[in-house]
Design a binder for this molecule. Structure first.
Ligand SMILES: *Cc1c(COP(=O)(O)O)cnc(C)c1O
Length: 371
């Protein structure tokens, strides 16, 4: 029971899916909430706070510099805008008008996705490269010219290129003076990803604050080279720019910093064990109820922890019917959208200990109603 949501007549959701924006991202731990409460008590120079929090995040993530944004999606807008105006900071205010500025963003065609709307806001034109064929490298080399602002690479499961590694892409771009931005919004764990891409040579790397980090839902950050992060700052805070509608409040700044401090201090082995233990316990409870279930790797964006795969081929309902009935119950239970009729998965990432029993009982109830 949650008195706030009850008062509004809104059902709460058990999250057996992932860090999805549409159900609130993730749940902030106490220390994150506490940091936000502390920060809420005083006025402060927002610019000074941004710089101090950025410096601390840079240190924690082993990067030259960092800047907080209102989510990874805003990080895309800000980082691309920074590349467009890097050499002409006085013109930052002109965006989304791009006359005379580097106005092209390279992406690989198989990585096209809805978050590119964030890039459209800058006024940049997206130029798609073919991700297949023997000459992907040559194609990239030839696509680069004096209008190229940057290359944007989305690192997530299913978006890899068959012929070209990120290292190779970075090498090609670096040789031609084109910055590489990596959108790694959901690439935690492992914690090492906070510095792995920049060590590889990426100029800016974007993370979401409201996913596995469990910071405020409307937070994210960019890590990278000092010159680029400084160029980002022209689109941050109270400044007049296309970044102004993506303002980050002092409470979110405090919250994301506390979330990162917490996350880098976690024992990742223990976290993985806890996920795997919860997944195993779900499996056992389901098996006892006569529902076939097994552990499956990896996590939904390739992370190193297990999911529970439920086999419903011998049951009376298809996977999408289970998903619908779980969602429409009270409380709602969200599972990852099933990709085949005979199986669905449960993701332990955001399932709270006491919720496992509710999920199992609800599945039993659905089965008895549809026997
Ligand atoms: C989740 C996600 C985003 C958006 O992150 P927010 O912090 O919700 O703005 C952007 N890019 C990718 C690849 C994502 O997975």
């Amino acid at each position: 029971m949650n008195s706030f949501y009850d008062r509004l007549g809104i059902k709460t959701v058990i999250n057996a899916a992932d860090s999805y924006t549409m159900i609130g991202g993730s749940i902030m731990p106490q220390e994150v909430i506490q940091a936000m409460i502390e920060a809420s008590r005083n006025f402060v120079s927002l610019e000074e706070l941004h710089l101090a929090v950025g410096a601390r995040i840079a240190e924690l993530t082993r990067n030259e510099a960092a800047v907080v944004t209102s989510g990874a999606a805003a990080g895309l807008t800000v980082s691309v805008a920074a590349c467009m105006t890097l050499n002409e900071p006085s013109r930052a205010i002109e965006l989304p008008r791009t006359e005379g500025l580097r106005g092209e963003v390279l992406i690989f065609g198989n990585q096209r996705n809805g978050f590119l709307k964030s890039v459209d806001l800058t006024g940049a034109r997206i130029v798609e490269l073919n991700e297949q064929g023997p000459d992907t490298a040559k194609q990239l080399e030839e696509a680069i010219h004096d209008q190229t602002a940057c290359l944007l690479y989305f690192d997530t499961i299913g978006y890899a290129l068959s012929d070209l590694s990120l290292e190779h892409i970075i090498r090609i771009c670096k040789a031609r003076g084109v910055p590489v931005i990596v959108d790694a919004a959901a690439q935690l764990p492992p914690v090492e990803n906070l510095w792995r891409y920049t060590e590889m040579g990426a100029d800016m790397v974007i993370f979401s604050g409201g996913k596995t980090l469990r910071g405020p839902q409307s937070s994210g950050f960019i890590v990278g080279k000092l010159a680029y992060i400084e160029a980002c700052r022209l689109f941050i805070g109270a400044r007049e720019s296309i970044g102004r509608p993506m303002k980050v409040g002092k409470e979110e700044l405090a919250g994301i910093l506390a979330a990162i401090e917490r996350y880098v201090g976690l024992d990742s082995g223990l976290v993985k064990e806890a996920h795997d233990r919860l997944a195993q316990s779900l499996c056992d409870q389901l098996s006892e109820a006569g529902i076939q279930a097994a552990l499956t790797y990896p996590g939904p964006t390739g992370q190193d922890y297990s999911l529970v795969r439920v086999d419903c081929s011998a049951l009376s309902l298809r996977s999408d019917e289970f998903a619908e009935k779980l969602w429409s119950g009270t409380p709602s239970i969200l599972i990852p959208s099933p990709s085949d009729p005979d199986t669905f998965t449960l993701n332990p990432l955001h399932i709270q200990e006491q919720e496992a029993v509710i999920i199992v009982n609800r599945l039993k109830e659905i089965l008895s109603e549809n026997a």
